[in-house]
Design a protein around this ligand. Structure first.
Ligand SMILES: C[S@@+](CC[C@H](N)C(=O)[O-])C[C@H]1O[C@@H](n2cnc3c(N)ncnc32)[C@H](O)[C@@H]1O
Length: 390
């Protein structure tokens, strides 16, 4: 588990407790961002939160339903004020993300036998989570080495796992590790992602492209309910996608991509519409990310748009000719509980192009295919010669 405050906070309460056991938690100081995050989670569980800080006109007080002033922990009246608050509000728990307040309040509670439970040491919790994410990165090393032939910096893989977890999506650590391995040995060229949603896999590809200086990432997604539907007869999947706020999803994608500046851009369109433009090496321009240039030749293509059979067939047909010699095609959800489109297309591709494929494997439910350098080059030339690329 990578170190998010939300996971640390989730562990703080037992979600299966009986309602009458609901804690009344004092959050102090309320001004820290982690205190806001904790409160959001606690409120979602139906707990009562009392927020406090030692700033009389605390501007963060507005984030809380109930906020009180407490003297500074250095003020001689702090202990008494805390004990009074505990008694008057029936406080049962104390949460602080503050590395100095925690030991001070813990000692005070023990000394005065105050009837509250103090949270775990916030820094110890945090350090433990960072240790965990490094351990995950370490355990992924043999897998990455088996694909790429060498070791990647542990911190790079840990960073991908850590930040990847903050972004909603299905891309697993196994798939992230495989993406890291293939990007490490991909040729220089563009990275194309068909279907980005909140930007979890896009974040991974963007980080890897920057690290290996592979090229710029183009994310293609309409972020529109009428196109986002998956060609699947699974009712719950259709309902869930239909109920999504796609504008909010797009905003989240922007939040996750902004740090990459001009190395990443997006086209709010379908893969089929973009394919024709892409071959002309047109730049992508957006008000948020500026102008990003593309070569019109892709080192890595990640297909994760509409998973319907015809749609993936179309994606492969339109985009595969853009792949550079030695480039990688990733078809997501080759193993998919909602349908068999990705698997059928992946299997047919491998069957039809066996001679052109350098290697193929399934990892984290996705199919990774590397095409042979020479075979891809020959096929591209014949494609150009036939006039299909203008
Ligand atoms: C499974 S989500 C992508 C998840 C993302 N790759 C990740 O791992 O974080 C599928 C996305 O494909 C997009 N999509 C659907 N049809 C598309 C099409 N024809 N062209 C491009 N994107 C499409 C949807 O809007 C949706 O955001």
């Amino acid at each position: 588990m990578s170190p998010t405050w939300s996971t640390a906070l989730a562990a703080y309460f037992n979600p299966f407790r009986k309602p009458e056991m609901s804690p009344v938690t004092l959050v102090f100081p309320s001004s820290m961002m982690q205190s806001h995050a904790f409160t959001r989670l606690a409120k979602a569980r139906g707990d009562r939160v009392i927020a406090a800080s030692s700033v009389k006109a605390d501007e963060t007080a507005k984030h809380y339903d109930y906020w009180v002033y407490l003297p500074s922990m250095y003020d001689p009246s702090f202990g008494e004020a805390l004990a009074d608050l505990i008694a008057s509000e029936g406080i049962t728990h104390f949460y602080t993300p503050h590395m100095v307040i925690h030991p001070a309040v813990k000692a005070l509670v023990a000394r005065e036998s105050l009837p509250i439970t103090v949270c775990e040491d916030p820094i110890e919790t945090l350090q433990g989570q960072y240790r965990d994410v490094f351990a995950h990165a370490q355990s992924a090393a043999p897998f990455i080495r088996a694909i790429s032939g060498f070791d990647l910096p542990e911190a790079l893989v840990a960073s991908l796992f850590h930040f990847g977890e903050q972004i909603y999506g299905q891309t697993s650590e196994t798939k992230i590790a495989a993406m890291a391995a293939v990007c490490a040995i991909a040729p220089k060229g563009d990275l194309i992602e068909i279907g980005s949603a909140w930007g979890r896999s896009a974040f991974v590809l963007a980080t890897l492209a920057a690290h290996f200086d592979t090229g710029n990432l183009l994310c293609i997604d309409p972020w529109a309910v009428e196109i986002a539907h998956q060609s699947s007869d699974q009712e719950y999947l259709t309902q869930a996608i239909g109920a999504m706020d796609w504008e909010a999803t797009f905003q989240a994608f922007l939040i996750h991509m902004l740090p990459f500046g001009r190395r990443v851009n997006y086209l709010r369109s379908t893969s089929a519409q973009v394919a024709a433009l892409y071959r002309h090496s047109n730049p992508a321009v957006s008000s948020e990310l500026g102008t990003t240039s593309y070569t019109g030749r892709a080192a890595v293509i990640h297909i994760d748009g509409n998973h319907g059979l015809e749609c993936i067939e179309e994606d492969c047909r339109l985009w595969r000719p853009c792949l550079l010699p030695g480039g990688w095609l990733i078809i997501d959800d080759y193993v998919w509980e909602h349908g068999t489109g990705p698997q059928q297309v992946g299997d047919a591709l491998i069957e039809n192009e066996r001679a052109n494929i350098a290697c193929a494997f399934v990892a984290g439910k996705a199919l990774f295919i590397r095409f042979k350098a020479d075979a891809v080059r020959e096929r591209l030339h014949s494609f150009v010669d036939s006039g299909a690329i203008s």
